[in-house]
Structures are given as structure tokens and as C-alpha cells.
Write a protein that binds this ligand. Structure first.
Ligand code: NAP
Length: 291
């Protein structure tokens, strides 16, 4: 049976990999909600239809969800994320969408330690109360964050700066999230469940520096800085107060081993093991560093 799927946040890190993956199925028609058609040219080339608009444009949202069976709801990390998600959910419900696959966050909860955790907690509760069939995926810190966070300091100084102290976290290769989202769309086996995703093991930033030292055969040193120093440097990079505070608060939680949770959700959903840090380092990080 033909399935019509709308992906929001389609030009983002997860969406841009998920859309071509879904478009490759003969029985799936994919629509991608995008703000900029030019930026989405490769999605269109992969076979997706584009719906132009933003979360703030009710008419565009209504047109985007029209005729859709399954909504993949991805929002940008931002202080309006829960309102943006509510607007799409309300339109989806009115237009008769059957199922929502939500990209949430690790330990989403309205009383979580960081605003991003609390906003996702609100949306996850809205989804559960909506009456729609759902799959909620809650991934932790993406390994790929290391590329924009640390590639430059590693390449220039051999140093990895972060604010998680000795805390361990089970970060995930985002390719595994794409795989989980794909399966959540094509199968009904995971319906009405919430999955905490993770990589295959939990480790500290010191462990990361040690691994990279071994893999790249050059010394890489972890410099543990206070969460407030991470906050300041994010502000200085022009990434905004809200995001800086979120990362500060997540660092504080991670220092206390809040992220030290390994689950079997990735193998359970995808049928393959979660990608290890070493695989990420060789396949993604080394090319990004041009090593
Ligand atoms: N990074 C992490 O470590 C991590 C960990 C766990 C969960 N998450 C969650 O992952 C989600 C983000 O996924 P991602 O990293 O794949 O996304 P992303 O790369 O940050 O991209 C965000 C997407 O949202 C679109 N967008 C932004 N503002 C919009 C608006 N007003 N209306 C419509 N579209 C808009 C962007 O479009 P443009 O291309 O036009 O800007 C882009 O497609 C967040 O909910 C975050 O909390 C992230």
C-alpha cells in the first residue's frame, strides 16, 4: 500500500539522510518541509516533493500535512521548539495524519536538567495525549557534534576542550538514528513506544581523547573546562544565549554521569549493532579533520 510521509527539519542532519532513504522505497511518497528550495535541491533529486514553509506559517503547515499518513517530526533545537511541534501536531491531527515519528532527546522530561530536555518532554507528552499513533526516539549527544565542537582545536592544537569532567555518556552515531527513524516509519512493530537510543558503550571525554590518540597516532589531550567556560565560548561563537545555557546545563548533568545509559534500542530496531566510536572516528571524524 502506498504510504505518504512528511519529514520536517528535512534539510537538517537527520532529515537530509532520512528523506533520500525513504524516497528510495517504491511504496513511499515523501514530502519534505523546507524553508529554502535551493538548499533542498538534493532532496528533490532523491525523489521527494518539497513543501515550502516554516513552522510559523499555519497555511504552509496545513498544506504540508494534507494527505499524509505518517509525519516525521523534527524541529531545530531552539526555545520555540515545543510551540513549533504543537502547531504541526495540531494540523496533523485535523488533517487526519495517522502516525507521528518524533525525534526527541535523551531523558526528555518536563523537569529535566536543560531547557532542551524540558521542551522535548512537553512535546513527547503532547504526542502521547494526541491520540495519534507514535514512535518517540530519544537519542543522546550525537558523535557528529564533535566535528563542529572540536575538529578545529584538535587539528590546530591537539586539544579537545569540553565541560563534562570525568562524566561518562553513551553518545550515538547519528547514522543509527536515521536507521531507527527509517524502521519506525516503514514498520508498525514499534508503534506507541518510546525508545531511549544510545551508542554501544559509555565513555568520558578523556576516553575519547585516548581513543583518538590511538586511532590517529598523534597525541590528543582532553582539557576539562568548567561548564560555564563552555557556555562562554558558545556565546563568543555567536550561537546565542539559549543554546549556550542548554549546553552548560547538559555539561553539568553529564558530569554527574546523567548520560551513562547504554540501551539495546538501536540493535532492536535496526537489526544491526550500534556503530562504535572507533567506527565513527575512522569513517566520519578523520575525513572531517583531513587526517
Ligand atoms: N545534536 C544533538 O546532539 C542532539 C541529540 C539528541 C537530540 N537532538 C535533537 O535533534 C533535533 C534536531 O535534529 P537535526 O540535528 O537533524 O536538525 P538540524 O540539523 O539542527 O536542522 C534543523 C532543521 O530544522 C529546520 N528549521 C529550523 N527552523 C525552522 C522553522 N522555523 N520552520 C521550519 N523548519 C525549520 C532547518 O531548516 P534550514 O535548513 O532551512 O535551517 C533544518 O532542516 C532537535 O530536536 C534536537 O533536540 C539533537
Amino acid at each position: 500500500m502506498l504510504k505518504k510521509v512528511l519529514v520536517t527539519g528535512a534539510t537538517g542532519k537527520i532529515g537530509s539522510q532520512l528523506v533520500p532513504r525513504l524516497a528510495a522505497y517504491n511504496n513511499i511518497e515523501v514530502r519534505a518541509l523546507v524553508r529554502d528550495a535551493e538548499k533542498a535541491a538534493s532532496l528533490e533529486e532523491s525523489g521527494a516533493d518539497l513543501a515550502l514553509g516554516t513552522f510559523e506559517d499555519p497555511q504552509a503547515i496545513r498544506a504540508a500535512v494534507d494527505g499524509v499518513d505518517t509525519l516525521v517530526l523534527i524541529t531545530l533545537q531552539n526555545p520555540n521548539a515545543a510551540n513549533q511541534a504543537s502547531a504541526v501536531l495540531a494540523a496533523a491531527k485535523e488533517e487526519g495524519v495517522h502516525k507521528v515519528v518524533r525525534l526527541s532527546v535523551f531523558k526528555a522530561a518536563i523537569d529535566g536538567p536543560a531547557d532542551v530536555t524540558r521542551l522535548h518532554g512537553r512535546t513527547d507528552a503532547d504526542i502521547q495525549a494526541s491520540g495519534l499513533t507514535y514512535v518517540i526516539l530519544r537519542p543522546p549527544f550525537f558523535m557528529q557534534n564533535l566535528v563542529f565542537m572540536a575538529a578545529r582545536s584538535i587539528a590546530s592544537e591537539g586539544k579537545l576542550y569540553f565541560g563534562t569532567g570525568k562524566g561518562k555518556l553513551a553518545m550515538i552515531d547519528l547514522r543509527d538514528i536515521v536507521d531507527c527513524a527509517e524502521q519506525s516509519v516503514i514498520s508498525d512493530e514499534y508503534d506507541n513506544q518510546i525508545f531511549t537510543l544510545s551508542g554501544p558503550e559509555s565513555f568520558s571525554f578523556q576516553d575519547i581523547a585516548d581513543r583518538l590518540t590511538h586511532i590517529f597516532a598523534r597525541r590528543i589531550q582532553y582539557v576539562a573546562v568548567p561548564p560555564e567556560a563552555v557556555e562562554q565560548s558558545i556565546r563568543a561563537m555567536g550561537m546565542g544565549d539559549w543554546y549556550a545555557q542548554v549546553i552548560r546545563d547538559l555539561c553539568k548533568a553529564y558530569r554527574e554521569n546523567w548520560g551513562d545509559v547504554v540501551t539495546d534500542s538501536v540493535p532492536h530496531i535496526t537489526g544491526h549493532p550500534a556503530r562504535s566510536f572507533d567506527v565513527f572516528a575512522r569513517e566520519i571524524f578523520a575525513p572531517a579533520l583531513k587526517l
